[in-house]
Design a protein around this ligand. Sequence first.
Ligand SMILES: [Zn+2]
Length: 283
Amino acid sequence: MKLLIDFGGTHFRYQLIHNNAIIKKETLPSDTISIVDFLEQQLTQHPKITFVGIAFGGQVNDGIILSAPNIAIDKLDIKSYIESKYDVTLEIDNDLKVAALAEMAHIGKDESLILLYMGTGLGSAFVEKGKLIRGKNNLAGEIGHIPYKEAPFQCGCGKYDCLELYCSGSGIQKWIEYHGLRTEPTLQALQNDQNEAAQQILENFHHGVIFATSMLVTLFDPDHLILGGGVFMKNPYLKDIIQKGFLNHALAKSADTTKVTISTYENANLMGAQFLEKHKGNI
Ligand SMILES: [Zn+2]
């Protein structure tokens, strides 16, 4: 039996899999769950679980959670803790890296791809011909925290100028609170709000999306740019904004040959969590 988990800033999703069939799945709000309590409860209830795969919405290296700007965590060395207490293998990795495994399985290992995911936060992952680019600390791709423009409030990482402050679900929420608007923190609600501040938040957001994607395509010259996460999935019009933005902001040849798509997976993080077992050590 396997337990696959997608732990994001807003939602906590899990699947219990037995004989390749999903026997239970559930989505819960992340702020109601302690991941360690949940794991202990599941492993006690289902002693046949032999593998736990976790796609985690924060920074992870070698099974240790480094930080999670959008999630409260209660144990950093979660792999050692659980494996020492239960007869189980646990793999945990950054959710974007995990989603990249799912996308790579779909596209194949002969091409290069960039994932840009936006939900509560903003992140990216790069795969160059079957090889995930990790960096020294498994932190390659943290595009949400590159220096962009000074904001009047702080990012979860501690800085004040992160791209994520302008271009993410949590960033939109922060700007709405800053301006004291009553608008829902969605792009659609901002579009319907005639307030000048709401329109400015939306304009800054679109500019941030164009900046992020034009920079990624110019830097990496990929075969594919795959857009995923709640914000892109709910707002497919962003794909057109990105492609128009390429005309003025990306290197023309790279922009011409990059295929921009919205992820076909409903949840690439959960899909990819199963590959953490198979890919152990060679990605
Ligand atoms: Zn940041």
